[in-house]
Write a protein that binds this ligand. Structure first.
Ligand code: ZN
Length: 585
């Protein structure tokens, strides 16, 4: 059996009149809705009117998601199709206009004073979380003229600085290891070599990366520090946040203590990854494990798995957990919403697109029969299970918020790993899987948490007058703490931080990776302990979608609180992987 393609005709067909009719209807509805703009200026609506208004906005959003969703899916299945390209461009424009037309409602709602807002929110209780979240930024919002000035000045100020960083670094060219003369490649192509089997090649690739970034280190560092000062001036001085990282906590709707407990735990358990690297060094036959060897390849698995076998294996992994999970995962393919066949012009990568509540999601990936494809498949079908379980919520609530968005997908990967481990034909195969899990755990939990720790430090130091060189020294200290004596770090890594775009684009974003992955390990630990009794808990958690703050959802499903012992539970899973691996190699 060939990997399937989906059937987009279920939505629309390109240049089908129905699509234009729906777009026209959407514009009509929007026009009707915007009539409220003038009305709201004269005072708040009645609670019943407000209820209808919110329901109307939800309807509008449903139709908009269906239209723009179709355009993205048509484009993803064939990015070279001119009709799809045109539709995509047209929808992007239409949706930007729509967004602008509807913006007045959220602004009005956010600015409404508390006494007037309370009875209205009570009347639209189904939308409570979304309504509360919209108002949550009220204490940090400035009067309209000031907001306007910030927006205007950002275009040529903060945003322009980041755009300059991108333009500057995107044109960097690197000499790949062993290349003679003028041969020069981009960063992605260079980084392929850090996974080379030859230790000298890996070292050369890293040295070249940091040679190029390091040459501009002081100026990139100056750009970073300017961005850091801008963040502080706007968010602390003007918007009255307590700390630079609190801005991100607020956006994630997480209590700062939960994240602090996470970072503290990772810091305390950093030695565990050190143990892993020592083991890796032994298997690779290296006397000394260097930072260059972090992604050195181990057991290579070249066996191809045909689609039918791979797909059934993944469904069986869901079935090992719960028949409901299995049937929800299977439904994606049954409903003709699964595109796994390699095709020219098809978008790379993989995604699960959950368009509407209560509707089967769309999944795209390219199945080539490698073991990694099975994990991708499990990951995306995990997302699909999540959004189907949350299908009873309205359009503003059914998508999980960022901290919980990767729960089902990562959990599904764990289910698959567990199943494959059980089926491994020999110790070599089992060890290969464990190395894969531990590599992932380090890259997502350890590395990203230490990135966040560096950001906290860098904001602090900059506030106190530090230079770019001071930050480089602080970064080396961060690496020394992270790796301990287990890993030798070359001096050129002092400029690694100026090569991490997240630090410039979205300060403190990185902890979300660590948070999501360790959260799933901690849940996995509960599953190991509780067995079948855990199944309804996770099902309940996922069914809540994004209808509450993450911590409340976890508590309601009996799975919190997010304190140190919660995060320790996650590390116990990694302890288990390492112990098991130790017996195999
Ligand atoms: Zn994902």
């Amino acid at each position: 059996m060939e990997p399937p393609v989906w059937n987009l005709d279920q939505l629309y067909r390109l240049d089908h009149p129905e699509l234009d009719a729906d777009l026209a209807a959407l514009k009509d509805q929007t026009k009707k809705f915007t009539a409220w703009r003038a009305r709201l200026q004269n005072g708040p609506p009645s609670p019943l009117e407000f209820r209808d208004l919110v329901a109307e906005l939800a309807d509008l959003n449903r139709l908009a998601h269906r239209l723009s969703g179709f355009a993205s899916l048509a484009f993803a299945q064939d990015t070279q199709d001119q009709k799809a390209q045109t539709l995509m461009a047209r929808m992007n424009e239409e949706m930007a206009d729509l967004g602008n037309d509807l913006l007045f409602f959220e602004i009005w709602w956010k600015e409404l004073d508390g006494e007037q807002a309370a009875p209205l929110a009570a009347a639209a209780a189904d939308f409570a979380y979304w309504l509360t979240r919209t108002r949550a930024f009220r204490p940090h919002t400035l009067p309209e003229p000031e907001e306007k000035i910030i927006n205007l000045k950002n275009i040529t100020g903060g945003d322009a600085l980041i755009a300059l960083y991108d333009s500057l670094t995107n044109r960097y060219r690197f000499r790949p290891p062993g290349a003679k003369g003028e041969a020069e490649v981009g960063r992605d192509e260079l980084m392929v070599h850090v996974r080379d089997a030859d230790p000298a090649v890996r070292a050369e690739a890293y040295r070249e990366l940091h040679r190029v970034y390091g040459a501009d280190g002081p100026i990139l560092g100056q750009m970073y520090q300017t961005a850091v000062r801008d963040w502080r001036v706007e968010n602390i001085r003007l918007r009255r946040y307590d700390s630079p990282i609190e801005v991100r906590h607020k956006a994630n709707d997480l209590p700062g203590e939960a994240v602090a407990a996470l970072l503290k735990t990772v810091r305390e358990r950093a030695g565990l990854f050190g143990d892993f690297f020592r083991l890796k060094a032994r298997v690779l036959g290296l006397k000394k494990f260097r930072r260059y060897d972090l992604y050195a390849p181990l057991v290579e698995d070249r066996a191809k798995i045909d689609f039918q076998t791979g797909f059934e294996e993944v469904l069986a992994a869901f079935g090992d957990f719960s028949p409901l999970f299995r049937s929800l995962a299977a439904r994606v393919a049954e409903a003709g919403r699964f595109h796994a066949r390699p095709r020219p012009g098809k978008q790379g990568g993989a995604f699960c697109y959950s368009m509407l509540p209560g509707d089967t999601p769309w999944v795209l990936m390219t199945y080539n029969g490698r073991r990694q494809d099975l994990f991708t498949l499990a990951h995306e079908l995990g997302h699909a299970v999540h959004s189907q379980l949350a299908g009873d919520h309205n359009i503003f609530h059914f998508h999980a918020t960022l901290p919980l968005a990767e729960t089902a997908s990562t959990f599904a990967e764990m289910l698959l790993a567990e199943r494959l481990k059980g089926q491994a034909r020999n110790e070599r195969e089992r060890a290969g899987l464990l190395f894969h899990l531990l590599d992932d755990a380090y890259a997502t939990i350890g590395r990203q948490a230490f990135f966040a720790l560096f950001e906290i430090k860098a904001h602090e130091l900059t506030e106190n007058g530090a230079t770019a060189d001071d930050l480089a020294a602080a970064y080396m200290e961060n690496l020394a703490e992270q790796f301990g004596p287990a890993v030798e770090v070359g001096p050129e890594f002092r400029w690694e931080w100026v090569s991490i775009p997240h630090f410039f684009h979205t300060p403190f974003y990185v902890y979300a990776y660590s948070f999501g992955q360790l959260l799933v390990y901690s849940l996995w630990r509960r599953y190991e302990r509780e067995g079948a009794a855990f199944v309804p808990r996770l099902t309940d958690l996922l069914s809540r979608g994004g209808s509450e703050a993450p911590e409340k959802i976890l508590a309601a499903s009996g799975l919190g609180p997010l304190d140190e012992s919660f995060w320790q539970g996650g590390f116990e899973v990694i302890d288990g992987f390492l112990a098991e691996l130790g017996t195999l190699v």
